[in-house]
Design a protein around this ligand. Structure first.
Ligand SMILES: Cc1cc2nc3c(=O)[nH]c(=O)nc-3n(C[C@H](O)[C@H](O)[C@H](O)COP(=O)(O)O)c2cc1C
Length: 202
C-alpha cells in the first residue's frame, strides 16, 4: 500500500448538507444550503455555519444574528440542491421549492416545516477566516417532527426520516446501521461471556 500527498484542502467527508433558513420578516425569508457546518460544544449547545460573504444570506445573517438549521432528507434532496445553486437575490426559495415557512419557538428566522428537525440558533460571534466567515452560534431551541417520535418510548428515530449526507459533490442516503454507541466495549463483554473468562485479560 502507498499513500500519496495531496495539497492541503478540505477532505473531511461525508458532511451534512443542511438547509439554513434566515430572515426576520417574510419579505426577507431565505434558504441557503450549507455543508460547512458542525457541532462544537455540548454545554452550552453550540454549532457553526461558514458562509461566503458574497452570499445573499450572509447579509441577512449578519443583520438578524439568527438562523435555523433544517436537517435534510431524501424527500428534500432536490430542494437542498436547488437552494444551493440559486440565490435569494433572484428567487423566493420557499415558494419556488414549495416549502413551508414555520414559526420558530425562540428566534424570528423561519423553520422549514418539511424538515424533520429544526435547530434554532443565535449568533454569538462572526469569525472572518478567509473565503468563508464562521458564524458561531448557540442553539436556543430544537423542534422535532413528532411523526418520528415513538409514542411509547419517546425515542426519536431520525433514520425513519431518511437523512442525507454530502460527500465529494454527491448526495447520499444514510446507510445501514452497523453499531451503537459503546458497542466496541459491549462486544468484549459478550465475547467473554460466550468464551468464558480468558486467562490473560489484557
Ligand atoms: C451541497 C452544497 C453545500 C454548500 N455549502 C456551502 C457552505 O457551507 N457555505 C457557503 O457559503 N455556501 C455553500 N453552498 C453554496 C450556497 O448554498 C449557494 O451559493 C447559494 O446559492 C447561496 O444562496 P443565497 O445567495 O440565497 O444566500 C453550498 C451549496 C451546495 C449545493
Amino acid at each position: 500500500m502507498a499513500k500519496v500527498d495531496w495539497k492541503p484542502g478540505n477532505m473531511l467527508y461525508p458532511l451534512p448538507a443542511v438547509m439554513v433558513s434566515t430572515g426576520a420578516v417574510p419579505e426577507e425569508y431565505n434558504i441557503i444550503t450549507i455543508a460547512w457546518t458542525g457541532t462544537i460544544c455540548s454545554d452550552p449547545p453550540m454549532c457553526y455555519i461558514s458562509v461566503r460573504p458574497g452570499r445573499h444570506s450572509y447579509e441577512i445573517l449578519k443583520k438578524t444574528g439568527e438562523f435555523v438549521i433544517n436537517l435534510t432528507t431524501s424527500d428534500l434532496a432536490y430542494a437542498t440542491d436547488w437552494c444551493g445553486v440559486r440565490s435569494g437575490r433572484q428567487h423566493n426559495k420557499f415558494e419556488a421549492m414549495n416549502l413551508t415557512p414555520g414559526k420558530a419557538s425562540v428566534v424570528n428566522a423561519p423553520t422549514i416545516e418539511e424538515a424533520p428537525v429544526n435547530i434554532e440558533c443565535r449568533v454569538k460571534e462572526i469569525v472572518p477566516l478567509g473565503t468563508h466567515h464562521m458564524f458561531l452560534a448557540e442553539v436556543v431551541n430544537v423542534k422535532a417532527d413528532d411523526r418520528y417520535l415513538d409514542s411509547e418510548t419517546g425515542i426519536f428515530s431520525l433514520d425513519k426520516a431518511k437523512p442525507i449526507t454530502y460527500s465529494h459533490g454527491y448526495y447520499y442516503e444514510v446507510g445501514k446501521k452497523i453499531g451503537k454507541f459503546g458497542f466496541a466495549v459491549e462486544k468484549k463483554k459478550t465475547r467473554k461471556k460466550r468464551l468464558g473468562k480468558p486467562k490473560d485479560d489484557a
